[in-house]
Design a protein around this ligand. Structure first.
Ligand code: MOS
Length: 735
């Protein structure tokens, strides 16, 4: 059943959101799910305790490449409370990302990376399962593996799949060699960015329950429906036989986009043993056995003529991934469109390594691609003796530089100008290494932010109940981003009911399918589907009242039109339910849709120790209409914090002999802590994107991280005169 659909056919000159007499949209509204979270009433995956539940602990490979030659579970099975040691080929299959069906990475006997799941020990308590897992004797024949991407980079090949046609493996135009020869200023630089872990607060956890032939899985997933479909493929079941529930998710950042090993293991064990099975990953297992952002080696060559106009833009990325997996880090994504210049090459290649699965991590592509491009722009500005903002202004393209496409909206110039004024850019240190405050060298940096505004078909059911309360239901998740609140705001504004009268139900695959939480598309796609549902409900209310829908105002539960005033409870009978959907259209085909921003920061670098402290920060963004200023600012701050971690501290270190991650916990893998983060000043510009969708909004979630690390690296250069091209910028690289 689907009653109303909005197709993305630009322009949407008019938005019903502008007509609400008591708008909540755009305001700073605290999360409506906040009280449930802080009081403990919000139940996360691991907090489900079905009767008779058993506990599973993953067995994992202690070699990086090889074959299993022997599994002896005799001792483990003899321990008290131990029910089974399960080894099942399906358990090894690992989809891990948001694209399509599950893709097996290897067979049950072969080990492709250190920490790969090879079985599950199930017992009647977690402690017993863990103790038994230590007593399973597994022998391996170790084989030589590829653990060092840089050393193996001559084996790099193009990726096998251009994911959704979005990642643009290779584009070229003009003649880059000739442009390089003729350029008045040229930078040709090589950068390295490390593997990273998503480090979501809540570790991956699943509770699987089989009842009457149907599997219910409580899991921590960004897209329950993708998880369901991948799990169905792995289990050999029709998707309708599986229900995945993820109403609360303690962060994802890409690490929970696709099914992960704990869900598969729990489902198999529960099926086999006829009792519910819970598998909760330890932090070390999350680091080793879920997914990571892959490392990259990026060559960036930029050439300009003497007036600072780019003639050459070249960005070649090598990244790493397991054999057989399709995801790759599309580091050149923003390079296609950020700056003008007629001679261009953007290219991606993949080295197959025996390291943990590489998956999307917050702003896959832009996060590490802008980290390097925006530093290279800083180097080019210096080579031209131009202010780095001025260089960017001179290379502002009028339309997409590689495709015959206008931008749906693009306020990069405004972000740079207003950010500069807000930050006080004109007072910056203009010559590197010259500003000192005691032992501290002070520097300032700027970088642009850009993140594609992506689209995914979404559905939402909206119901006005007989008592006037509104219920919004969709499989969409809230991973901490504010979905509950934003959807409630849209329904409240469009149906004219107080916010507290709206209930939002999320994260259940039995509800209408969404695009999930990923790629910064959640609020706009689910929001647009809800918009369609509410527009249809308005039409039905108007018809019931005998009014013309265009003349109707809905306020505080009352429908008014010339000569008409009726409570909506009188118009809905026992309740009125509508399912709304979004579909892609001309807006997606004919326009480039991107959110933009500019970061400005001050760093202080200790002249004795090389320690870097970020001391001041301003970011200005333009992402269309901001649906909730508070949740948007929180997303932006979170993104900047991600950027600070990426620039200065975060690095997964793989042992080059085995691929084992040696810093596999939050003690050794350094995400920024509170003391690392200054007050972060965020401004969103007033913008309406009339092309993107009827909300006039674009994506926000990943925008903050894009370019943030480059602003820091540029500030560190400005402070010290040292250009570090291997991230993170740890103190040893500055001394
Ligand atoms: Mo995001 S990396 O698409 O969750």
């Amino acid at each position: 059943m689907m009653d109303a659909s909005v197709k993305m056919d630009a322009p949407f000159e008019h938005s019903l959101l502008d007509e609400s007499p008591m708008p909540t949209i755009g305001r700073e509204i605290a999360r409506i799910d906040g009280p449930r979270k802080v009081s403990g009433a919000a139940r996360y995956a691991a907090e489900h305790f079905p009767e008779e539940v058993l506990h599973g602990v993953l067995l994992r490979a202690p070699v990086g490449c090889g074959r299993i030659s022997l599994v002896d579970a005799t001792a483990a099975l003899a321990m008290p409370g131990v029910l089974a040691v399960i080894r099942d080929e399906r358990m090894i299959r690992n989809a891990g990302d948001f694209g399509g069906d599950a893709a097996p990475v290897q067979g049950v006997e072969e080990v492709a990376y250190f920490g790969q799941p090879i079985g599950l020990v199930v017992a009647d308590s977690l402690e017993r399962a863990r103790a038994a897992s230590l007593c399973v004797r597994v022998s391996f024949e170790s084989q030589p593996g590829v653990f060092d991407m840089m050393a193996a980079r001559d084996s790099a090949l193009p990726p096998t799949d251009d994911i959704f046609g979005l990642f643009l493996i290779h584009t070229e135009q003009g003649d880059v060699e000739r442009a390089a020869g003729e350029a008045q200023a040229l930078v040709d630089t090589v950068w390295e960015t490390p593997s990273q872990n998503h480090a979501a607060m809540e570790p991956h956890a699943s509770v699987a329950i089989w009842k009457e032939g149907r599997l219910t899985l409580h899991g921590s997933y960004q897209s329950p429906v993708v998880t369901r479909d991948q799990l169905a493929t792995v289990m050999g079941l029709p998707p309708s036989q599986i229900r995945v529930l993820s109403p609360f998710v303690g962060g994802g950042f890409g690490g929970k986009l696709g099914v992960m090993p704990e869900a598969v293991a729990a489902a198999i064990a529960a099926q086999q043993l006829g009792r519910p099975v819970k598998v909760v990953m330890t932090r070390q297992q999350v680091f080793e056995t879920t997914g990571r952002r892959p490392m990259t080696r990026q060559r960036i060559r930029l050439g300009a003529n003497s007036d600072g106009r780019l003639t050459l833009v070249q960005h070649e990325t090598i990244t790493d991934q397991l054999e057989g997996e399709v995801f790759f880090e599309p580091a050149g994504l923003a390079t296609h469109l950020l700056y003008a210049g007629e001679n261009r090459v953007v290219d991606h290649k993949v080295v197959r390594t025996n390291k943990q699965l590489a998956v999307s991590m917050r702003a896959p592509g832009e996060a590490v691609g802008l980290l390097t491009l925006e530093c290279a722009m800083d180097e080019l500005a210096e080579a031209l003796s131009l202010d780095p903002i001025e260089l960017r202004l001179r290379n502002e393209p009028k339309s997409h530089p590689e495709m015959d496409m206008p931008f749906s909206s693009r306020a990069l110039v405004d972000c740079l100008r207003q950010g500069a004024a807000r930050f006080g850019w004109e007072r910056r240190n203009t010559s590197p290494g010259q500003m000192r405050d005691g032992d501290w060298l002070v520097g300032h940096g700027v970088a642009a932010a850009a993140r594609g505004n992506l689209f995914g078909p979404s559905r939402v059911r909206a119901t006005i109940q007989g008592d006037g309360r509104v219920v919004v239901e969709t499989e969409m998740t809230d991973i901490g981003t504010g979905t509950y609140t934003i959807l409630a705001q849209i329904a409240a504004d469009l149906l004219g009911v107080p916010l507290k009268q709206v209930e939002v139900r999320l994260g259940d695959t039995d509800d209408p399918r969404s695009a999930g939480s990923g790629g910064s598309w959640g609020a706009t796609t689910s929001g647009s589907a809800l918009y369609a549902a509410c527009a249809e409900l308005r039409a039905r209310l108007a018809a019931a009242a005998g009014a013309c829908v265009d003349a109707v105002t809905l306020t505080d539960g009352i429908l008014t039109a010339p000569g008409i005033s009726r409570p909506i409870t009188e118009l809905v009978g026992n309740g009125l339910s509508v399912e709304g959907a979004t579909e892609p259209g001309e807006s997606n085909r004919r326009f480039n849709q991107t959110s933009y921003g500019a970061h400005f920061c001050e760093v202080r670098v200790n002249a004795v120790t090389g320690e870097v402290r970020v001391s001041r920060w301003t970011s200005v963004f333009a992402a269309g209409r901001i649906l909730n200023l508070q949740t948007a600012i929180s997303q932006a701050i979170g993104g900047v914090v991600f950027g600070i971690g990426g620039a200065l501290t975060e690095e997964l270190v793989h042992d080059p002999r085995t691929g084992k991650i040696v810093n596999r916990d939050l003690g050794e893998y350094h995400v920024p802590a509170h003391a690392d983060i200054p007050a972060i000043d965020i401004q969103f510009l007033e913008e309406r994107d009339l092309v993107a969708n009827p909300l006039h909004a674009k994506g926000v979630g990943e925008l903050g991280v894009c370019g943030a690390g480059a602003a820091i690296a540029n500030a560190v250069y400005n402070a010290t005169g040292v250009r570090v091209r291997q991230f993170p910028i740890t103190l040893d690289k500055l001394l």
